[in-house]
Design a protein around this ligand. Structure first.
Ligand code: MG
Length: 373
């Protein structure tokens, strides 16, 4: 029996790589639906190749070869065994919850879902007996290491350090969009690449890990590991440390998440060679330079709507930076300011979350207009 899968965001970086994995495993997977934003040419090529029954895009009249359905209809289709959520931003949240309520397992590549509504999402997953398998390489690594979470003392999340690891704060303040997009290890979408440059991505990953593994923030550590070979680790209560290693390719965590609990050869082309890697380095993150990390920890510990504010303010500031409206370091400072002013709502409902998200984006926009370069 083939596993039936739908992909939200099939034309993005994760979506395209997921289809490369599935192409190698055509006897294992059947695609039910693909969705895109406005890259109609690529979506239609993917439909011609993988023949899903259904598809969604912003303009459904441009979809060729599959029946158009809404994101909600695609997420609630019980034909799916698994939904790969590979869209970027808050658009992933509603369909993820819909799929969970319909008992569909989730391969989650969308951090915002847990940063914005981790308490609600994990509670629904538990109530509906649904697995949420992380695609994010660090969380996928931790998922592979954990046997019994009750015996784990600490989660150790690795970070490559991004393009500014060896730069000073003042060099970072002068960085152009091109400098910030030049990630040394991973090829990803623009939003996550900028988040990796400020290390906010790691902060969001700490919050993601807190929800996924139900772990206190004090027990989640971040360590800089420039080679990106150790994708993360856990320390058990007896002092044993288990890490997951591999070459930095998103194919591996994507394949793990959609195949779990099975494993297949799939995309693997060569054996891992320790001697070729030669050395692995680790160091403490510089939290004076990468203040985002502390900001994210604080928002996570404050809980409630603080992480909704963090996510929305950061995202708006990242878009403003990509548009040339502000400098790289302003992203961090704007996010910090928005959090300082934010009045935290505890245990927000899904509606509260969307309202707060909207409000923070408007207020961040006002602040951005004041400081535009
Ligand atoms: Mg990651």
């Amino acid at each position: 029996m083939k596993r039936k899968i739908s992909i939200l965001g099939s034309t993005g970086s994760i979506g395209r790589q997921a289809l490369e994995v599935i192409e190698k495993l055509q006897d294992k997977f059947e695609i039910i639906a693909l969705t895109a934003g406005s890259n109609y040419e690529l979506l239609n090529n993917q439909i011609a190749k993988f023949k899903p029954k259904y598809a969604y895009a912003e303009d459904i009249s441009k979809i060729e070869g599959a029946k158009p359905l809404s994101l909600e209809e695609i997420a609630s289709n019980k034909d799916n065994d698994i939904l790969l959520v590979a869209v970027s931003g808050k658009i992933g949240l509603k369909p993820t919850i819909t799929a969970i309520k319909n008992g569909i397992n989730i391969a989650l590549a969308n951090k915002e879902t847990l940063v914005m509504a981790g308490d609600i999402v994990m509670k629904e997953a538990k109530n509906n007996n649904v697995n949420i398998i992380p695609v994010d390489s660090e969380h996928c690594a931790i998922h592979q290491c954990i046997k019994d979470i009750s015996q784990v003392d600490e989660l150790i999340i690795t970070a490559s350090g991004g393009p500014f690891l060896r730069k000073t704060i003042s060099e970072m303040k002068q960085a152009s969009v091109e400098d910030a997009l030049a990630h040394p290890r991973w090829h990803m979408g623009k939003k996550i690449t900028i988040d990796s440059a400020t290390l906010m991505n790691k902060g969001l990953e700490v919050i993601e890990a807190h929800h996924l593994f139900n772990m206190d923030y004090d027990k989640i550590k971040v360590v800089i590991h420039p080679q990106s070979i150790v994708h993360s680790a856990i320390e058990y209560n007896d002092g044993s440390v288990i890490a997951q290693l591999g070459l930095p390719s998103m194919h591996i965590p994507i394949q793990y998440a959609i195949s779990y609990p099975e494993r297949y050869k799939g995309i693997k082309t060569k054996s891992f060679n320790f001697s070729e890697i030669a050395r692995l380095d680790f160091e403490e993150p510089d939290t004076d330079k990468f203040k985002s990390l502390n900001i994210a920890y604080k928002a996570g510990k404050d809980g409630g709507s603080a992480t909704v504010c963090l996510n929305a303010a950061n995202e708006e500031a990242v878009f403003a930076f990509l548009n040339g409206q502000i400098k790289l370091y302003d992203i961090i400072e704007i996010t910090e300011k928005m959090l300082e002013k934010h009045h935290i709502i505890h245990s927000p409902s899904l509606n509260d979350i969307f309202e707060i998200d909207k409000e923070i984006r408007i207020k961040t926009g006002e602040l951005l207009n004041k400081i535009s370069v």
